[in-house]
Unconditional design. Structure first.
Length: 69
């Protein structure tokens, strides 16, 4: 159960990073600049916060569904 939720969380984090990278790349047409910007807190912290929130909600929903099924 936790393994599946963790894998889904990693996928959510990667999708968010790709979306932020796309936004940065649209502003500055340099691929390596965009990669460098992704590790700065401006883009890394929201991605981590959303991914952790997704993980917590995912675990809670799985527990609720397992109790009531």
């Amino acid at each position: 159960m936790i393994g599946t939720a963790f894998n889904q969380t990693i996928i959510v984090f990667l999708i968010l990073q790709v979306l932020f990278g796309f936004i940065i790349f649209q502003q500055q047409k340099d691929f390596f600049y965009a990669l460098g910007e992704l590790i700065k807190p401006k883009y890394l912290m929201p991605s981590l916060a959303i991914a952790v929130g997704f993980f917590v909600v995912n675990i809670i929903l799985r527990l609720v569904l397992s109790v009531f099924s």
